[in-house]
Design a protein around this ligand. Structure first.
Ligand SMILES: [Zn+2]
Length: 263
């Protein structure tokens, strides 16, 4: 009987050892897996996916969350469809595709998109009618033209200097066919800020929105647009939008809620 008891005890003890081993074999990996799972969950709470909109540069600053850094990489290239939109925003952070060529028509010695050309003719006629004859200095510029223009300036002045007055290829609004540089017929203050103080420049700033154009790079908005004041550069948007932008006091980029500024 004693032997039987011992056998039973030995059997039970052995059994317990087996059970303990099984618990260890299953338990350790289970604990590790649980810790790993918790770690993944914790990291997901603080690392958010970057914003998918190019217009949103804000960060989540809730007190109990880490600041999420905007991970949008500029410049962003517009699709052909976006580039074709009448309110396409082209700036130093948003560029046109290399192969984007709008459908163009001739106007007053230049080339523009037809919708813009039709209204530009009316604008030029109205300016002439009151003795402020304006002429086109530069209208549509192709991507390739912009390449040679920009590269020429970079070779001559270096990139940092060239970037202050010449758009990099794809970043020039002139490639949209909706932008034009105007000047006085007598050539005074051509492509100079003093154009804004001439009778023609004053008339243009006041009346451009009635024909669907805005002064794209206004005075005092250099940091916002990324461009110096250019009273001669107007951009076609259609009368409704142009009037709304002009009366808003915002830059076109701000009005469209699109990030702008330097490269
Ligand atoms: Zn221009």
């Amino acid at each position: 009987m004693a032997n039987e008891k011992c056998k039973m005890i030995n059997f039970l003890t052995g059994y317990n050892k087996v059970v303990k081993k099984k618990y260890l074999l299953i338990g350790i990996p289970l604990v590790l897996a649980t810790i790993g799972f918790i770690a993944i969950l914790a990291s997901r709470n603080v690392v958010k996916a970057p914003s998918d909109t190019s217009n949103d540069s804000t960060s989540d600053t809730s007190a109990d969350q880490e600041v999420v850094v905007d991970q949008v990489v500029y410049p962003i290239q517009l699709t052909i469809e976006q580039a074709t939109a009448i309110n396409a925003v082209v700036n130093k952070k948003h560029k046109l595709p290399e192969n984007y060529v709008p459908t163009l028509t001739s106007v007053a010695g230049g080339k523009m998109r037809e919708d813009a050309a039709t209204e530009l003719e009316k604008l030029l006629d109205a300016a002439s009618a009151i003795g402020n004859k304006l002429v086109i200095i530069s209208s549509y510029r192709s991507y390739l033209t912009q390449v040679s223009t920009y590269d020429g300036y970079v070779n001559q002045y270096g990139q940092a200097q060239a970037d202050t007055f010449s758009a990099r290829p794809g970043h020039s609004e002139h490639q949209t066919g909706l932008a034009v540089d105007l000047g006085n017929n007598d050539g005074s203050c051509a492509l100079e800020t003093c154009f804004g103080d001439t009778a023609g420049g004053v008339w243009l700033a006041t009346n451009a929105p009635n024909y669907g154009f805005i002064i794209r790079y206004p005075e005092g908005k250099e940091a916002e647009t990324g461009y110096q004041y250019e009273p001669w550069h107007i951009r076609y948007l259609g009368a409704d939008t142009a009037k709304a932008v002009a009366s808003s006091g915002k830059t076109f980029d701000q009005y469209m809620n699109v990030v702008a500024g330097e490269y």
